[in-house]
Every structure is written in C-alpha cells, then in structure tokens.
Design a protein around this ligand. Structure first.
Ligand code: PGA
Length: 255
C-alpha cells in the first residue's frame, strides 16, 4: 500500500489526476472503474477540464442503488453522467454502468462480472471509503472474496444518503455492488479520502487488522493500492511522518 498525504482536498485531486493521466498515457484503452460520492468530484472536474480524448477508454462503476433507473436524478448512474461522463469525449458503447432497475439483480450482477472479464479486467479502480469502512457498498461483514451482488445497506450509509433525498422519500435499502473480490482483482486501486470524518475509517483501513468488519482493510492484500489523503483524513495514522518521508523520497528508491 502506498499512502500519500496531501495538505488539502484540491491537492488530493491534483495527485489523483496525475496518476490517472499517467495510466491513460500508458494505456489509451484503459479499463477505468469509477466511484460515486463527494470525494472524487474534484478529480472528475479536473478530468472534464483536461478535455482528453477518452474514446478508447472502457468505463465501469462500483455500485448503484436498487430501484432507481439510470434517468433517476438520485441514481449513481445519473451522478456519474452529470459529474463526469457527459463532459468527456467517450464512446457510449464503452460505458457499462450498473443498473438499479434490473428485473433480475442476480443475473445483472453475473453479466456485469462477465463484461468486466470480457474487457480484460479493470486496470484502475477509483474508490472512496464509507464512515463504516465500506468500499463500494460492501458493508461491514461482507465476505472479503465477494463478487458483484445485491447488498443490504447499513444504517450509517442510509443516513449519509438520506441527505441527498427529498424529504419524505425513503432511501433505497438495497444496492447492487462490485464485491470485495471483484475490486481486489483490479490491477491498480486508487482510494481517495478527505475530511476528518474519514480519519478513523482510514486508520482502520491502513493500520488494520484485515477484517470483513472493515471492508476497506482488504486493500492490504492488494499489490498496488494507492491511498491519497488530505491532512484531516490522515490525522489518525500513527506513521504519518513515515508515509510523508517515503513519498518525498520516492525518486531515490533504487538509486
Ligand atoms: P463520499 O462517499 O465520497 O461521499 O464520502 C464515500 C463512500 O461512502 O464510499
């Protein structure tokens, strides 16, 4: 795991943008996994503003709320189109996002896994972290080997999403999400976290122990996981100075 501590949210986005850009340069037909949430918004803004030609890039996403169609403004698909994809030069047929309105969710999950395999696997998966330590909608207790499937949401997650829902409208209780096993198969992971509410989940993700009670802690098994944090999200790491030293001297390794 590589932990990168940056002073603030904008520098987290700038560092993440550089990383995504270098991955795109190395492989123009990159298979990119997207995350929904407030955290990646500044990165998505930079990607839009860069006016890149991403027509060869294949896109997948982590998760969706069950019961919401792609046009529903509360759906994750709508969020990703409005905040990223509609502002990029992409090939519509290369965008494969989960649907919350599928009649048969199990079948939709299986065909999603098949589509990822057909694309050759995900090269770079963007991740956020939930207050409860979830990645995607893999809530605490999710199997560390889980695959894409429907999943029941936890109370803290429901509370977080309730803010974005009109008063009186119930937040969907179910999601469809890539599994932890699916996420771990991506060749590279990029977890972003900003703000003090993420300090404790980040401490548990980075410093362990690995447990399904903290799904994000599964990143410790991954051979190439970057965790980019602002000062507030990294505040509870016991080895902050070490991580800063490693990052500052990265270019010297092997010299
Ligand atoms: P956030 O969500 O980026 O809005 O904090 C992250 C998550 O719940 O996975």
């Amino acid at each position: 795991m590589e932990v990168i501590l940056r002073p603030d949210g904008e520098s987290v986005a700038a560092t993440a943008f550089e990383l995504v850009l270098s991955a795109l340069k190395a492989k123009p037909n990159l298979v990119l996994g997207l995350a929904t949430g407030n955290t990646p918004l500044a990165l998505y803004r930079r990607l839009r503003e860069a006016r890149l030609d991403l027509r060869k890039v294949r896109f997948f996403n982590l998760d969706e709320l069950v019961g919401l169609g792609p046009r529903d403004p509360r759906s994750f698909q709508h969020f990703l189109r409005a905040n990223l994809l509609d502002g990029l030069r992409v090939t519509p047929g290369n965008v494969r996002l989960l649907r919350g309105d599928a009649d048969d969710l199990e079948q939709a999950a299986a065909s999603y896994e098949a589509a990822i395999r057909k694309a050759g696997g995900i090269d770079l998966q963007i991740l956020g972290i939930g207050r409860n330590g979830h990645i995607g909608f893999n809530e605490p207790g999710s199997s560390l080997g889980s695959r894409t499937r429907p999943k029941t949401l936890e109370a803290t997650t429901l509370a977080d999403y309730a803010r974005g829902f009109p008063a009186g409208k119930a937040v969907p209780r179910f999601s469809i999400t890539m599994g932890i096993g699916t996420i771990l198969e991506a060749r590279r992971l990029l977890l972003l976290a900003t703000g003090g509410a993420k300090a404790e989940p980040i401490r548990r993700v980075v410093e362990g122990p690995v447990t399904s009670e903290v799904p994000g802690s599964a990143l410790q098994f991954h051979p190439l996981a970057h965790v980019i944090l602002d000062e507030a999200a990294g505040a509870r790491l016991s080895r902050r100075d070490y991580w800063k030293w490693v990052y500052a001297n990265k270019w010297r390794v092997g010299q």
